[in-house]
Design a protein around this ligand. Sequence first.
Ligand code: FAD
Ligand code: NDP
Length: 655
Amino acid sequence: STEAANGGNAAPSAEDLKLFELSQKYTAEAAKRFRPEGLGQFVRLKEAGSERLRTLAQDPWADHAALNAKEPVTDGSKHKFVILGAGFGGLLFAVRLIEAGLASGPDDIRIVDAAGGFGGTWWWNRYPGLHCDIESYSYMPLLEETGYVPTSKYAPGPELLEYADRIATQWKLHDKALFRSTVKATRWDDATQLWNVEVTEGRGPGEQSRELTLQAQYVLLASGILTNPQVPKIAGLETFTGPLFHTARWDYKVTGGTPKDATLTGLEGKRVGVIGTGATAIQVVPKLAKYAKELYVFQRTPSSVSWRGQRPTDPEEWKTKIARKKGWQRERMLNLDSYLTDGAQEGQENMVADAWTEMPAFSAVIGSPKYPIVEPTPEKIMEHVGRLYKLDLPRTEAVRARTESIVKDPETAAKLKAWYPTWCKRPCFSDEYLQAFNLPNVYLVDTDGKGVDSATSSGLVFDGKEYPLDVLILSTGYVTPSIGAGSPAVRTGIEIYGRGGKSLDEKWKNQGASTLHGVCSNGFPNLFFAPLFQSAQASNNVFTVDVGTEHIVHIIEKAEAMASGNALVEVTSEAEEAWALEIMRRAGWFATVMGCTPGYVTAEGESLRQSDDQMEMMKKARGSQWDEGMASFLKLLQEYRADGSIRGFEVVSRA
Ligand code: FAD
Ligand code: NDP
């Protein structure tokens, strides 16, 4: 063999050489993009220095007159459960509590959201072209319980919004919601053994907002992961005189059309600029391209765009193949997840069969049941990362080849090719985006990783050239969910003070993530959060909140049963330390992000910074994930729940 002929050293194969070159290319491309200011290059829209930018964060959709006509919520009112967030996560919490018989009284549940209605992501985002990127049959929660049939494989935004409202109607949640209400803090009161949830309720333009406090036995956080729109600190941005808005707050007065009708006649004859080329821009750009006189797409890093295959739901297929038996939706979520965790069994049916199911290397960031724990030695890590690069190669090559075959101008095609592993950014899917660059009115302004230089009153500047614009759209994403080392408080934009006034953020800062199964922390009784770290993640975010809320409601149910319906339940520090050790033992798997181009997956590169401080590195490892993927994590939770004893919690009856 070659190996024998080389005296034991195998000659590198053509594939090895290709992978080596590729990883060098990836490293060079990533290096162009690291910025010393990391997350500091952005500001939350609602906290921007200029009044003009701050107002862009306001809710354009709230019906203030109708909401003001509702009976105001009493300051100091007491509830068994206060749920923060009225998206699919908050809805799942409420539905599960009701179904478990834990919240039958009219005041048992209050759902608080800064938005003007239910829907979360789908309330705020109404841009043209919006649809879920995960197949709706897996993404839309509770389809078996509502009996709803999604109109298409990837439901459009307005349908997802209406569906959230449909869930609220079915479980009679409208009277239990407090909208336009931002939670600022929640404080545990040792004397009353209740949480005081501090809320600012907006009343609409020109109206005085109200400050109120809700008392709660339990606080449940379902605040989402991508809720705070951000804007890059581009000099002069606020001086742009034309219309300017963020995609998460679309301005149909400017563009014409409605969320249900992308006839954007307001853009006819206009020069339109879009900053950003992430998953949002991929959906928006083709719609803008149809109406703008000239469309300039300002790109810092290209997205990797595979095929979509959107189609209407076939009623026959729905009946006979999709909704075919009880429990089909969880099975379908798991089936999709198995492809992404490289855990699909030989010969199994591929139910979803879309481009997501062609990327087993996505397991790099969500784990896989197929491999043993990755030992944290340099050799083992290299071997692991190398294996994933190899697994990813066919897909990244195919995506680049697809770009080349669709985009007619070779120079533009080259600029649209993504040079990073699939898992570093949300993979994108579209049968229209790349095609848009073949239109004569669409211009790609590639900044080669640098970003836009500055803005003027009349346009954007890059590389000494001004691009005059009439309308400017910020498709610049959201504050990373891993901000504040992933503390559920920072991520939610609130402060949480537990027993003895201890801050949750401080706890995360001092000792790193500290939870049992990612959903609760010692010192913070009766407080649970939708899992993000120290748990498993699925590419289908609703699957993640589905699993998380199911688990949390089980714990509450058991605790309430143990304490005559008036429980105080708190994870012990021993249980959370043991779980943190288990997560740390498994952290080697996620070394896969080391070669990533910056983005929200790596907190704009901040999470990749190495430190000589052992303590800091240990804290980082604590903020890792279960390395075997969601199916394995779910099994672990099911086994944990089987005897109903909720090991690791202390339960007492409230005084
Ligand atoms: P959200 O829907 O984000 O809801 C959280 C709610 O909490 C928000 O309404 C917010 O206003 C509220 N909130 C947060 N903090 C506070 C506070 N301090 N006070 C008051 N209210 C607060 N994921 C997928 O899996 N598939 C997709 O196709 C997909 N598409 C997406 C498209 C867009 C444009 C974006 C931005 C994200 C998308 N995601 C997708 C991720 C998406 O966030 C989740 O799928 C999903 O919405 C999670 O539901 P949630 O209820 O956990 O969070
Ligand atoms: P992203 O964070 O993915 O994209 C922001 C874009 O802005 C990036 O292309 C970024 O470039 C660019 N950018 C930032 N600063 C500058 C600058 N100074 N100059 C030029 N460009 C700049 O946000 P999105 O809203 O697109 O998506 C966020 C997430 O929401 C997705 O990852 C996905 O999880 C979810 N989503 C899902 C959708 C779905 O399909 N259903 C649709 C939309 C969003 P760079 O990459 O270099 O940082």
